[in-house]
Write a protein that binds this ligand. Structure first.
Ligand code: S3P
Length: 173
């Protein structure tokens, strides 16, 4: 069964996902990396040259392509669950886990991150805080549909691994 990590940019989906995959002996897949390889372009270039809606279509194709019979840990982009029927699809294709983080923590992590995110490029700390707070409100409607919502008390690789091992069967709702 797939484990699908969702959450805002900077919530640690990729770093925690890699640790989790190693511990479970699953392969790790990052949707942004798959899209970059498929297009031969960075996410930033796709946004700049093709536009956001083109990128959202690529994310949709990625979601459609997930096989529910695989054993993978999949980190999807922060916006993926919030477009089309992606969240419903993701829930059918694996155990969905929302990594819930306070806005302040996301902002600090985004400011330190070396991974460029076109939606927050060149924002000041104050602008970023406002963007994160506003966008989380809209996105949590989708994120909170996940099978499990994990707050910061489960923010390390070993704790997340223990949690997932206990819950490898998705709850019905
Ligand atoms: C986005 C999140 C990014 C990436 C793109 C758009 C978003 O992924 O898909 O920049 O809409 O929140 P991460 O969540 O891995 O940073």
């Amino acid at each position: 069964m797939n484990i699908i990590l969702i959450g805002f940019m900077g919530s640690g989906k990729s770093s925690l996902g890699k640790i989790l995959a190693k511990k479970l002996n699953y392969s790790f897949v990052d949707s942004d990396k798959v899209i970059e390889q498929q297009m031969g372009m960075t996410i930033t270039s796709i946004f700049e040259l093709k536009g956001e809606s083109y990128f959202r279509d690529l994310e949709k194709q990625f979601v459609n392509s997930i096989s529910k019979d695989d054993n993978q840990v999949i980190a999807v982009g922060g916006g993926t669950p919030c477009f089309f029927d992606n969240m419903e699809q993701l829930k059918e294709k694996g155990l969905t886990v929302y990594l819930e983080r306070p806005a302040g923590e996301l902002v600090s992590r985004l400011l330190l991150s070396k991974n460029p995110r076109p939606l927050v490029l060149n924002k000041t700390k104050e602008e970023l805080m406002q963007y994160v707070k506003e966008t989380i409100k809209e996105r949590e409607v989708f994120y909170k549909k996940a099978h499990h919502c994990l707050d910061r008390s489960i923010n390390s690789g070993p704790k997340l691994t223990d949690f997932i091992r206990l819950h490898l069967t998705p709850s019905t709702e």
